[in-house]
Design a protein around this ligand. Structure first.
Ligand SMILES: Nc1ncnc2c1ncn2[C@@H]1O[C@H](COP(=O)(O)OP(=O)(O)OP(=O)(O)O)[C@@H](O)[C@H]1O
Ligand SMILES: [Mg+2]
Length: 360
């Protein structure tokens, strides 16, 4: 089922005063798509899921499930959560502590007053799928974080929902378990072919799971795109900083025109500003970004080569993150090579890896 949000806004009125949690969200989720919502804490991710699920009402806008209008403030339409047939997995799993795993998973079917034998069959089927058949008689307190998470997913899926909503379901798991859970979830979604919206603030998780990623900030959408698009073609500095293993290097530099070209001056480096980026120049300045992984320490035919001073070295296991300086610019470099601290080294990068942004 496809889902469409049109001009969705949500304002909370609380003791703190007015909080604008979402403003003017326009988004279309394709049928069977795995869509990831990515953004920092407080940007409105959970609010967005709650509005889609019908747990809360938008302040304005319209929501469609397929062709069906499920919310409109103007037309006074509100389809209740029960009628939306959505499955949601909450961050804290929200299992019923006094019920066995079997009863937790069976709960949504019991509410539907389904036949006892069918319930047993359906619960066993979904438990098999999630590899928790051996746990059906256990109580939630006996389970590890990873097992609880599987039970929560099983309970969400047992009803065969139209839409699967997941709110940071892996954030309580250790790194190893997250990795396996991620792969399993992706396979599961492929097999079940259920349209899925997955919320996370972890960009690596977003990149590995999402067919498309929606990058959010302060209640607004900054960019929608495939993992490749948000990485290689970030539309603004926020997206460029948020995506990538280590944050992008960002410099504000002076621009000068020379003959018919415009150049940005990073110390002694003279960087031509492409014509289609000239609109970003403001008060004779422009922002230039380069990712730490795009700066090479074995320089060959890079367009720009400079000498940097290595100040601090962080070991990341397979690689090192060098904190270096060039003139008064701090430059981070990701490299496989180890250098002594305080040494001067050559570093280089290519024109094609540069990003241009507005200077502010
Ligand atoms: N019931 C509420 N009353 C008032 N403000 C709220 C309420 N719920 C959320 N907010 C505010 O709305 C904004 C968005 O909250 P939301 O929970 O959607 O963020 P989030 O992106 O899910 O963050 P996190 O990653 O920390 O879970 C925040 O500023 C939050 O304080
Ligand atoms: Mg949240």
């Amino acid at each position: 089922m496809k889902v469409k949000l049109e001009n969705i806004s949500k304002t909370y009125f609380s003791l703190r005063g007015k909080v604008k949690a979402l403003s003017e969200i326009n988004l279309e989720i394709r049928d069977r798509e795995f869509l990831v919502i990515l953004g920092p804490s407080g940007c409105g991710k959970t609010t967005l899921l709650n509005l889609i699920a019908g747990i809360e009402k938008p302040s304005s806008g319209e929501i469609y499930f397929g062709e069906k209008l499920v919310f409109s403030d103007k037309k006074n339409v509100f389809v209740s959560p029960k009628e939306r047939n959505i499955a949601m997995v909450f961050q804290n799993y929200a299992l019923y502590p006094h019920m066995s795993v079997f009863e937790n998973i069976a709960f949504p079917l019991r509410i539907q007053k389904m036949d006892k034998n069918i319930i047993k069959k359906e619960v066993e089927k979904v438990a098999e799928m999630l590899n928790i058949k051996g746990l059906l008689q256990a109580r939630p307190y006996e389970l590890s974080g990873g097992e609880k998470q599987r039970v929560a997913i099983a309970r969400a899926l047992v009803r065969k929902p139209n839409l699967f909503l997941l709110d940071e379901p892996l954030s309580n798991l250790d790194a190893q378990l997250r990795l396996t859970a991620r792969t399993e979830l992706k396979t599961l979604q492929k097999n079940l072919k259920i349209t899925t919206i997955y919320v996370t603030h972890d960009q690596i998780e977003a990149m590995s799971l999402g067919e498309r990623i929606v990058v959010m900030n302060k209640g607004k959408i900054e960019q929608i795109g495939t993992p490749e698009e948000v990485y290689h073609k970030p539309e603004n500095l926020f997206v460029a900083k948020f995506i990538g293993t280590t944050p992008i290097n960002f410099f504000v530099v002076e621009v000068k025109s020379e003959q018919s070209n415009i150049y940005g001056y990073l110390g002694e480096l003279k960087i031509e500003v492409p014509e289609e980026k000239l609109h970003l120049v403001k008060d004779q300045k422009i922002g230039i970004g380069i990712r730490p992984e795009d700066i090479k320490t074995e320089v060959e035919k890079e367009d720009f080569i400079l000498t940097v001073k290595v100040n601090i070295i962080e070991s990341l296991g397979k690689e090192y993150l060098l904190h270096t300086t060039y003139k008064n610019y701090d430059i981070k470099i990701l490299t496989k090579n180890k250098f002594p601290e305080k040494s001067l080294i050559k570093a280089g990068f290519s024109k094609k890896n540069l990003y241009f942004f507005s200077p502010e």
